[in-house]
Design a protein. Structure first.
Length: 240
């Protein structure tokens, strides 16, 4: 059950503006509660009762995004350069609780990215104990040597600067320089570092699946997104 909360806090947590803005909108008569003009920023309301300039509020009960991250964009909210958040409505970056990427992708990696304000969903999708796989399409600089499949599956590959070996990962070779790799964890630059450990270099990397959710099936072009709920997303990912 949702609890009533202060109108100004509700709108500022959804990224609409600071509390002063809300007071101004109330004076102008732009906010209604169950069809009646709002009277005070301190008024206790339920999100579903509120309209701003006649429109329902923007995802007041949580926001989960399925996104096709393009090459060149960074998952951080503060770095210089192109941010993934530029592909979304501007107010989303100011939401509280904040949105965060589940299993970030590097600037030079494209593909399927889930962004959510649901901490539990984030945990469920990233914890290795939950066994949610992430599948990557990899292109390499040099031909595969032939021992990579066994090495990655061994659970013994210790990457530089890590204190425990990678969990077993499944490599499927497509040709000499192309493969898919399925991981059950998400360490920093993991795919690139795994191939670097074999003396190779990744030239192109795309995340194609998170669990059963396939980027191709979403039909999303680079930079495009769709929104969903945590429950629906979990069904898509687990294939249930
Ligand atoms: N592995 C990488 O090296 N980079 C990513 O973005 C994701 C997995």
């Amino acid at each position: 059950m949702m609890k009533p909360e202060r109108l100004d806090k509700l709108l500022s947590n959804l990224g609409y503006g600071v509390r002063k803005d809300v007071a101004y909108w109330i004076r102008r008569g732009w906010i209604t509660i169950d069809g009646a003009r709002a009277t005070s920023p301190a008024q206790k309301v339920l999100a579903d009762q509120v309209r701003l300039e006649g429109a329902e509020l923007d995802h007041p009960h949580g926001l989960t995004i399925i996104y096709h991250k393009p090459l060149g964009a960074v998952c951080s909210r503060k770095e210089d350069g192109q941010l993934i958040y530029e592909d979304f409505p501007a107010r989303w970056i100011d939401r509280k609780p904040p949105l965060s990427s589940i299993g970030r992708l590097d600037k030079d990696t494209s593909g399927l990215l889930i962004i959510t304000d649901d901490g539990l969903l984030n945990h469920q999708l990233t914890s290795p104990k939950k066994h949610i796989s992430k599948t990557y399409a990899v292109t390499l600089d040099n031909p595969l040597k032939g021992n990579e499949k066994e090495l990655f599956a061994s659970g013994k590959l210790l990457l530089e600067a890590d204190d425990r070996p990678c969990l077993p990962a499944e490599l499927t070779v497509i040709n000499e320089t192309q493969a898919t790799l399925v991981l059950l964890e998400g360490r920093y630059h993991q795919v690139r570092r795994m191939f670097a450990a074999t003396g190779n270099h990744v030239t192109s990397l795309t995340r194609t699946h998170i669990g059963a959710l396939s980027l191709a099936e979403t039909g999303l072009e680079p930079g495009a997104y769709t929104t969903t709920t945590s429950e629906k997303l979990m069904k898509l990912v687990t294939g249930e």
